[in-house]
Each structure stands twice: as C-alpha cells, then as structure tokens.
Design a protein around this ligand. Structure first.
Ligand code: DLL
Length: 438
C-alpha cells in the first residue's frame, strides 16, 4: 500500500506546533510587507503593530483588514513586495466592476503553489499513474495553470485541455482514459449532459474523480454530479488574490475543505462588525498569506461565507476544515426584506425528482415590490408527458421553496436545454434591479 500522506509530518502536525509555525511565518511576512510595501507600512504604523516585535497569533486582530478596494486602488502592482525582476508570473481576475485584481508570483511562489496543489491532489487519491483532464480555463484565470503545476509536480499526466469544446472533452476523456477531471461543477454537469446525448456510458470510463470548484455548489448538486459522471466529486476553493485554487480542498470524507494552514492563516469574522468569530460560527473568511513573497496579503476580506472546524478529521489531517462556501456576502439577495442565498434555492431544487440541475434566478422590482422567479428545467420525459400537469408541478415546487426559505417565489418550468450552460463559472442570478439583463 502506498503512503496516505504526501507530507505526513506537516499534514498531521499537532495544532500547537502548527500555530507556532504560522506565527514564525507571519512575522516574516509582516517584516517583508513593512519593509517593501508602502500601503502596509502605513497601515501597520497607524494601528501600532510592530512587525519586529510581534509575539502571538492573537495579536493579528490588531492588524487592519485588506479589501478588494485596496487592491483596486493599488492597481496593478502597488501591493507587490518584490521588484518586477523577481516576479515571474501575473494572474488576474476579470472583475466585473472597476480594475481587475492582480496577483504576482516569484519563482518560489509558483513552486509553493505547485506543492500545495500536489499535496492536495495526493490527499484525494491522485497518483503518478493518474491522467488528469484539466478543463479549467488556462490564461489569466488561475484555475488552469494552478491545477496544472500541481498535477505535474505529483507526477500524474496532465492534459491541458482548458474549458469548452465539450464534444472534444468527451473524446479526450474516452480516448486518453482520463481518471480525474478538473473543472467547475456546472461545467461537469454540462459534460455529463453532452455525454449522455452522445451515448457515452460513464460507468465504462476510467474516470473516477472530479476536483470541482471556483463557484458555490451544494451537496445536493454533488450527488447529481457523482451520479451522472459516476465519480467522487470533491470541492476545491481559492481566489486569485490569495494565490488561486488550492487554498483549501476537501478530502474524501467530504466534510469540509482542509485549508493549507502552513501557508494561509484563516479567520472567520462577522461580515458586519468585522469581529472575529470562534470555530463553528458562520461568517466571512479572512485570509492572511504566510509564505507568499511577491504579493503577500494581510487579513484579506474574501467576502466568502463559511465556518471553521479545527477538530482533527477522520482522514487524520489536523489542518482546519472550512465549511463548503455557500456564497459570497455580495451574492445575498434581499427579497422583500428577507435574505436569500442562491445556494438555498439550489438545495431545495436539487432534492426534487424530475427536474434537471439547471436553473436561473431572475429578480426584478414590479410595482415597487421585489419579485423573484426561479426558472428550472424539467427532464425530457416529464416535459412531454406532463404538459398538462406542469402548473401543478410548478406550484408544488413553489410550496417547497416557501416552506424552506420563507418567501414566495414564482417557479417557471422550462423546456430541457433552454437555460444557458457554462464552461466556467455559472451565472445563477439575473438581478434586473441592478440593470442586469438576460
Ligand atoms: O475561482 C480560483 C479557483 C480556480 C478556485 C479553480 C477553485 C478552482 P477567482 O476567479 O478569483 O478564483 O474567484 C474567486 O470564486 O472568492 C469565491 O467567491 C468563488 N469560489 C472559488 N472556489 C469556490 C468554491 C478562482 N469551491 C472566488 N466554492 C472566491 C464556492 C468558490 N465559491
């Protein structure tokens, strides 16, 4: 039997020791940014934090947060702690408003990123003999190259197919015997759908694992994906600002995403007050990088909502697990005064038989009142069979949504394949109140 761990000492390190390691690395990071980034020097001086005399992890609460706006104001390279001749790669996220956010990497940053992702892939059973079909987009988006370097360092075969051209994806999957697929959960469903149309029998393919992330997805959605593609599907989280994919990944127990805590210090704070919350409480994830050289970030407000579990996992790993991120503070819809997350709607829909895992939430203001419509596709059979009963079916779904979430929504059942598919991150909400259009 091969080893269970890529780096046993680190992955199972007692928390006390892990915290000492974090403190040592945090001090180094503080000195790096204090000496090299004007923005951080000013922030640390203002808050009275002395990077040369930083004694305990608890003191982190004195350090001011960094926000996406800070990154935008310092666009493009204002937060870099290394001169450009030490920066070997740039990534950025598109950013729908204002300047994109940019991240830079030194040679060592790229090596560390690769080692984190390799270790994570290993933790979900990926080995040298595996063939990884990497269908995350290659380019400025961190998904493609992030998984690529990790897979190669592990010694697996990486197919850098990138996203899109779904028929070719299926041909590659079958001809090259891919065992692992990396893409967004929504794209994995699209691959499954096209495969079904082409008569692909996934139970006969060697594909066994999906490393899916970059967008929120519920456990109910996971069951659909696992069933359709005949795989285990694990959740991977990350963001461009803080490196890219690999900040955390689920192990095969699928009970939270293990944060690479030797490289990132995670806190959960109340999104409104910014006050730190204890393990188990839900709030916004705040991340501090501990080893990044080119663009370290201190207490970065991710806006992603989750909770921390610091108990040792059944897999033996001690690194804290974050609950599946169920959305961003920004994604929260306020409908007639009630807060609703798209993932709550997804959770209800995915439990209903005869509907497909493709939906869209359309919000608008009608007669001064917020109105929410949930469009969801029904399965091919039901659509032809139940034409007359569709209204009843709609009301029964409306009732289920109302009982679970507490607000009335109008459900519109749609013909199969009428809701737009995505090859990257799915767009689940059209908020006409913000001027968004279909
Ligand atoms: O999405 C990095 C990534 C690539 C992660 C491939 C996983 C796999 P950005 O484009 O900068 O980077 O988007 C980051 O996407 O703040 C979350 O809101 C969301 N997100 C990422 N992973 C997850 C996930 C990449 N597993 C933003 N669950 C983050 C929920 C996720 N949301």
């Amino acid at each position: 039997m091969d080893d269970k761990y890529w780096d046993e000492e680190c992955e199972t390190m007692p928390r006390g020791k892990l915290e000492q390691l974090q403190l040592r690395r945090l001090k180094k990071t503080l000195i790096n940014v204090y000496e090299n980034v004007k923005f951080y020097k000013e922030k640390l001086d203002e808050s009275g934090v002395d990077p040369y005399n930083f004694k305990s992890l608890d003191e982190i609460e004195k350090i001011p947060f960094t926000t996406k706006d800070d990154l935008r104001v310092n666009y493009p390279f204002g937060l870099f702690a290394k001169p450009m001749n030490k920066v070997i790669r740039i990534h950025s996220s598109s950013g729908t408003t204002g300047n994109p956010v940019v991240d830079g990497y030194t040679k060592n940053d790229i090596a560390v990123w690769g080692s984190i992702v390799a270790r994570q892939l290993y933790s979900v059973g990926v080995r040298e003999s595996d063939i990884i079909q990497n269908s995350y987009g290659y380019g400025l988006f961190t998904g493609g190259l992030g998984l690529h370097y990790g897979g190669e360092l592990l010694g697996s075969t990486v197919i850098p197919v990138s996203g899109g051209n779904t028929e070719r994806q299926l041909k590659i999957m079958s001809d090259y015997s891919s065992t692992v697929i990396c893409c967004t959960p929504s794209y994995s469903l699209y691959i499954a759908e096209v495969g079904r149309e082409l008569g692909v029998d996934f139970s006969k393919l060697p594909l066994k694992l999906g490393v899916l992330g970059a967008e929120p997805w519920t456990d109910e959605m996971r069951r659909e994906i696992e069933e359709r593609l005949k795989i285990d599907a694990v959740d991977i989280y990350g963001l461009s600002e803080v490196m890219g994919p690999g900040v955390s990944l689920e192990c095969l127990y699928k009970s939270g995403l293990h944060i690479a805590e030797d490289h990132f210090l995670a806190e959960i704070v109340d999104p409104k007050t910014g006050k730190k919350l204890p393990p188990g409480k839900h709030g916004e994830i705040v991340l501090t990088s501990l080893t990044k050289e080119a663009m370290p970030l201190l207490r970065y407000r991710t806006k992603d909502l989750s909770a921390l579990n610091i108990n040792t996992c059944k897999c033996g790993r001690t690194h804290a697990r974050m609950a599946k991120p169920m959305g961003r503070a920004d994604d929260m819809l306020i409908i007639r005064g009630v807060n609703v997350f798209p993932s709550q709607i997804e959770e209800v829909l995915m439990k209903i038989k005869d509907i497909e895992p493709h939906y869209l939430i359309v919000v608008e203001r009608k007669n001064y009142l917020d109105n929410i419509e949930v469009w969801v596709e029904v399965s091919e059979d039901i659509f032809s069979e139940k034409m007359n009963g569709l209204e009843n079916f709609e009301s029964s779904i409306e009732h289920k949504l109302y009982s679970a979430i507490g607000i009335r929504m109008n459900v519109k059942l749609k013909e199969p394949k009428t809701i737009k598919r995505s090859i990257g991150k799915a767009k689940r909400v059209i908020d006409k109140r913000k001027g968004e259009t279909l």
